[in-house]
Design a protein around this ligand. Structure first.
Ligand code: 10G
Ligand code: SF4
Length: 324
């Protein structure tokens, strides 16, 4: 479907970006914790936030999920779910030492990047991993090949990066980056290393790309873009930046409708709404209702893509095949 935005008379209106919200990897990871709770009862331990969304984490915690920072906080022999962002091999090793029963909810598209890191490390490339320092996904990917990976987080890192052989350098990336910003980073990296190789396929995933394309389509029409998502959600934060770059008058990241400051709405006609890949639709509905109560009742969905991808549950939760 193509986006068509026809400005109307000056009345208040809402544009709702599509796609928005849950991606296939988040859907699978949240379901994995729910299924683990159903099958084994509480508590089910989860290393780090299963996805970076406050509402999701609080809701699962109410059901009996216990979120921990590291596997060594989990009692010996207990069940632990690894988050959608992925883990380094050392985390698997630590869990095995404690006889933990692991359920790996790493998104298959993150696992794909891990495979790339392993493959190019084996071929002895210098790997420039574009991503945000301290983000769990980057720690997991870099952990696959710590001796070959260097993190590129911003312009300062480009100037100081050193490689062993400029003929044998490849860049990989975190899955949830801004596409435009990453392409600019790569352009600048290539100024230093003209032989820099591209990843075999896009590391920034389909969901990240689609949500950015959708927000770009509506942002120029919007006096205000509200992005539903948590502060620690990389892809949600990127949507605010993309909205502003694409011409939104203002843009804010909110976890819940109650965080909307009424002053943001002063003089505003068109409000755009989108949400990050870890955000349940319920929270977007809350924002739509909040605005409707204040006169923004005219809601139009601006769709730039349809998503049909789904992933099967982590192996550990799939029904066992009975041999006949
Ligand atoms: O955008 P980030 O990576 O911070 O994560 P999120 O949990 O907010 O969204 C889903 C994306 C992932 C699980 C990373 S692959
Ligand atoms: Fe997977 Fe992309 Fe969702 Fe991350 S954002 S969980 S890579 S689909």
């Amino acid at each position: 479907m193509t986006a068509s935005i026809v400005p109307s008379s000056g009345a208040k209106r809402v544009l709702l970006a599509a796609p928005r919200g849950y991606c296939a990897g988040v859907d699978r990871a949240v379901l994995a914790v729910e299924k683990a709770l159903d099958a084994h009862g509480a508590p089910v331990y989860v290393r780090k936030e299963i996805v970076h969304n406050r509402h999701v984490v609080e809701t699962l915690a109410e059901r009996g999920a216990v979120f921990v920072d590291e596997a060594d906080e989990v009692p010996e022999g207990a069940i632990v779910v690894f988050s959608a962002h992925g883990v380094a091999p050392t985390v698997h090793e630590k869990a095995a030492e404690r006889n933990l029963r692991t359920i790996d909810a790493t998104c298959p598209l993150v696992t794909k990047v891990h495979h790339e890191a392993k493959r190019f490390a084996k071929e002895d490339y210098d790997i420039l991993l574009v991503g945000h320092n301290g983000h769990e996904e980057v720690e997991g990917t870099a952990g696959e090949a710590p001796d070959h990976v260097q993190l590129i987080d911003g312009a300062d890192d480009i100037a100081s990066v050193q490689v062993r052989d400029p003929e044998k350098v490849i860049w990989l990336s975190q899955t949830t980056l801004s596409v435009d910003e990453t392409m600019e980073t790569v352009r600048r990296l290539r100024e230093r290393f003209p032989k820099l190789q591209d990843p075999p396929s896009d590391d920034i995933c389909y969901a990240t790309q689609n949500r950015q394309v959708a927000v770009k389509a509506m942002a120029p029409e919007c006096d205000l873009v509200l992005v539903v998502g948590s502060r620690n959600s990389s892809n949600s934060k990127r949507l605010v930046e993309v909205a502003l770059d694409a011409g939104a008058g203002a843009s804010y990241l909110i976890d819940f409708a109650r965080e909307i400051d009424e002053a943001w709405l002063d003089g505003v006609r068109t409000v755009g709404i989108t949400s990050g890949a870890s955000v349940p639709e319920l929270l977007v509905r809350g924002v739509v209702d909040f605005l409707a109560e204040r006169g923004w009742e005219d809601v139009e969905e601006i769709s730039t893509a349809e998503e049909t991808l789904t992933f099967s549950l982590p192996r550990e939760l799939r029904p066992r095949r009975v041999a006949r």
